[in-house]
Design a protein around this ligand. Structure first.
Ligand code: UGA
Length: 449
């Protein structure tokens, strides 16, 4: 099938590359000529494991091309996917649909024959209706069906998520469009029950409900972690204890410094706004947004406590700047408010991230960006693990202790065993772990009662 992907950003590149890889003829359209030139040379603007090879191989095979010529790319396409950004709108948090509607207006005059227009971008309920109206206004003769086909790609594992999806959600009531969408996904050889056909509005809402539920799940375990610290329990065991109940499930129960990235924070906010406008508030999601916002900066207090109550004049080593491992994305990363709060409290920051430094440099100033974890730890009064990159999981603890000014580790991802770190002579603070300090505070609290 001939597929046109509008937008060569994260979603457009991954989806376009993968559609080509399963045999379709894909044209990715973008306005940014410099980006297109780089892509044609095989340079991928984002870090995503496996993406470079897929783009390279499929360009070589002639199934994937990049162009700025929207008119030509749209004219004979069977399906036109809209994969442009929908950032949070300043002021109210609803998704900004300016780019989505601009694409609808631009493609309308060039559509020929029956064309399926598919939203891959995450868009609020009712956006598909409006896209249909925009196209009909610009080109009343256009024969289009507008479909919602939300993406469920996690940064860092997007290729796997695309190729082996838990499910594919397709929202349309149009029979011809259903067939086209079915044919597009047919090469993935999914069981029929993994292809979920539903109404367009339902598909649009499903995307927000999915991300909001996952955000809520992580935020729940984060609050349980805080409670664990107060009552002398261990969140890792609680997570195992509840996660093995299949009704709850083990995934997304890793307590940490708060959720980040370009999706959860933005999508939870947008769902809150949609629900508010529909006079059907989603209070659990509202609370999730608030709790998560407060959490990130509160993590700095944890570091300050681990440093004996002050970081003024101290040097703090930060390991990890991206919002999660295997990406170079620092959007809404907990590292940003944590570092800013530590700087406000008078700390000097040394930081290392395997892929995120370049992006972080545009946001975080007055930081010594380092070569590796040991370089960051040199002379530091505390080492804070913010992102659970694989390379941070097996650090040489003796070497760390030797290079640091004070042997203090704050592990905001619980990737270390507390006892092992302490045996190496380094004080350890995790998230929701029952360590000596927390137990003592519980004992004191109980004694006071
Ligand atoms: C998320 C969803 O997982 C994808 O299904 C969805 O397609 C995507 O958003 C999107 O809407 O495009 P992503 O933002 O890449 O994917 O990141 P996640 O892996 O979901 O992690 C989100 C945040 O939650 C990260 O900050 C991560 O560190 C945090 N998290 C996740 C935890 O703190 N604990 C966990 O157990 C899981």
């Amino acid at each position: 099938m001939k597929i046109t992907m509008i937008g060569a950003g994260y979603v457009g590149l991954v989806s376009g590359g993968c559609f080509a890889d399963i045999g379709h003829a894909v044209t990715c359209v973008d306005r940014d000529e410099a980006k297109l030139e780089a892509l044609r040379r095989g340079q991928i603007p984002i870090y995503e494991p496996g993406l470079e090879a897929i783009v390279h191989d499929n360009m070589q095979a002639g199934r994937l091309q990049f162009t700025a010529d929207l008119a030509a790319a749209v004219a004979d396409a069977d399906a036109v996917f809209i994969a442009v950004g929908t950032p949070s709108r300043a002021g109210d948090g609803l998704a900004d649909l300016t780019h989505v509607y601009a694409v609808a207006r631009e493609i309308a005059p060039h559509l020929t024959g029956h064309t399926v227009v598919v939203t891959k971008s995450t868009v609020p309920v009712g956006t598909g209706d409006e896209i249909g109206r925009v196209i009909a206004k610009e080109n009343p003769a256009a024969d289009v069906a507008v479909v919602s086909n939300p993406e469920f790609l996690r940064e860092g594992s997007a290729i796997g998520d695309f190729m082996q999806p838990d499910r594919v959600v397709i929202g349309t009531d149009d029979a011809r469009a259903r067939c086209v969408m079915h044919d597009i996904y047919a090469p993935l050889n999914l069981d029929d029950d993994r292809i979920l056909m539903m109404s367009r509005r339902t598909a649009e809402l499903t995307k927000y409900a999915g991300n909001s539920f996952l955000a809520m799940k992580v935020t729940f375990i984060n609050e349980i972690a805080d409670l664990c610290e107060k009552v002398g329990a261990d969140v890792l065991d609680v997570a195992r204890g509840i996660g093995m109940d299949e009704r709850i499930g083990r995934k997304f129960l890793q307590a940490g410094p708060g959720i980040g990235g370009s999706c959860f924070p933005k999508d939870t906010l947008a769902l809150v706004k949609t629900a508010h406008d529909a006079d059907s508030p989603v209070r659990l999601v509202e609370t999730t947004v608030t709790v998560n916002d407060q959490r990130k900066r509160a993590m700095a207090k944890k570091v300050i406590r681990a440093c004996g109550g002050t970081v003024r004049g101290k040097t703090i080593a930060i390991l990890g700047l991206t919002f999660k491992p295997d990406t170079d994305d620092v959007r809404e990363s907990p590292a940003i408010p944590i570092i800013t709060a530590l700087q406000d409290a008078g700390a000097r920051i040394r930081a290392f991230d395997p892929e995120g430094t370049e992006q972080a440099q545009t946001i975080l100033k007055n930081i010594a960006y380092c070569e590796d974890a040991y370089d960051a730890a040199a002379g530091a009064d505390a080492l804070v693990i913010v992102t659970e990159w694989g390379v941070f999981r097996d650090l040489d603890l003796a070497r760390l202790k030797q290079t640091m000014a004070a042997p203090v580790m704050v592990d905001l991802r619980n990737i270390y065993d507390a006892a092992t770190v302490r045996v190496a002579g380094i004080s350890y603070t995790g998230i929701g772990r029952s360590d000596g300090t927390d137990r003592r505070s519980l004992v004191l609290h109980q004694a006071a009662e």
